[in-house]
Design a protein around this ligand. Structure first.
Ligand SMILES: Nc1ncnc2c1ncn2[C@@H]1O[C@H](COP(=O)(O)OP(=O)(O)O)[C@@H](O)[C@H]1O
Ligand SMILES: [Mg+2]
Length: 266
């Protein structure tokens, strides 16, 4: 699906969290939204997926603005989307297989063998063949993330939204999830919007990326463009200080630059 985000603003009371965010996502592309903690990534994803109405702006899917759409039309569109949200835990009282089957039951009247086959396919896809009968409490954190991904993919979505899919995992598990997302993106050509504050993940999976800072897009480009950028703000993110003790303020740019120069490779 072709996605165009135009001038999105989101205010909570007096606080402007998003202050005019615009970008486009081409069909089949994996777009990564990056930025430090609290910069508005999850808020943006909620607006993009129609969970929250923005204070201003438009979100167009194949030219249709979801901000002004009726709930009914939005629901119809949402059936074609998959969600893998931050803290979007599995249902503890359902088995792994039942968790994956959940959106199928929610959105279709399919049943019996057909659902079993669909669930098995999705579990195979995330490398969890044969784990369908286990309960979430019986699997590891990394496996739970993969089940969440299988659940998001249950209905072969046209758009996949993911918020910090590897959050809370150790680096090895996190890399495994990145690899899986990359595989899925390559094999399925689903339009994917992924939020992360982890540079490694971002560069591993992105076709294109935007960097969000204090509610605005400060960079938009291919991973290679970002890597080569000399913008101090972008460099600070890429070189791994997004959640560091240094507040990301323009007046600290000189400080950051001198620090980068001091420590950077030859
Ligand atoms: N529903 C809400 N009401 C008030 N403030 C909110 C709400 N949602 C998010 N915020 C605030 O907006 C800012 C951005 O939050 P969020 O989008 O979750 O950031 P990120 O995902 O980048 O860490 C935070 O300061 C957060 O406290
Ligand atoms: Mg978030």
């Amino acid at each position: 699906m072709d996605i165009a985000v135009e001038g999105i603003e989101q205010r909570y009371g007096p606080r402007a969290v998003l202050r005019g965010v615009s970008f486009k996502v081409a069909p089949g592309e994996t777009m990564v939204i990056m930025g430090g903690s609290g910069c508005g990534k999850s808020t943006l994803l909620r607006v993009l997926s129609g969970i929250e109405k923005p204070s201003a702006g438009r979100v167009l899917y194949n030219g249709q603005d979801i901000v002004r759409m009726t709930e009914e039309d939005l629901d119809r569109l949402r059936k074609r989307w998959g969600f893998c949200f931050q803290g979007g835990a599995l249902f503890g009282s359902l088995t792994v297989g039942e968790n994956v089957a959940f959106p199928i039951h929610e959105h279709t009247t399919l049943g019996g063998k057909v659902v079993d086959i669909m669930v098995k396919m999705k579990l195979d896809m995330v490398g969890l063949t044969g784990f369908g009968d286990l309960y979430p409490s019986q699997i590891s954190g990394g496996m739970a993330k993969r089940v969440a991904l299988a659940r998001a993919m249950a209905l072969d979505p046209e758009v996949l939204f993911m918020d910090e899919p590897s959050a809370g995992l150790d680096p090895v598990m996190s890399a495994a999830i990145d690899q899986l997302i990359l595989d899925l993106a390559k094999k399925t050509k689903i339009t994917t919007i992924l939020v992360t504050h982890e540079m490694k993940s971002a560069f591993a999976v992105a076709d294109r990326m935007i960097l969000l800072h204090e509610g605005v897009v400060v960079a938009d480009g291919r991973p290679a463009d970002m890597r080569e950028s000399l913008d101090p703000l972008i460099r600070q993110f890429i070189d791994g200080l997004p959640d560091g003790p240094i507040p990301l303020r323009r007046n600290r740019d000189e400080y950051v630059r001198s620090m980068l120069n001091g420590h950077s490779k030859a």
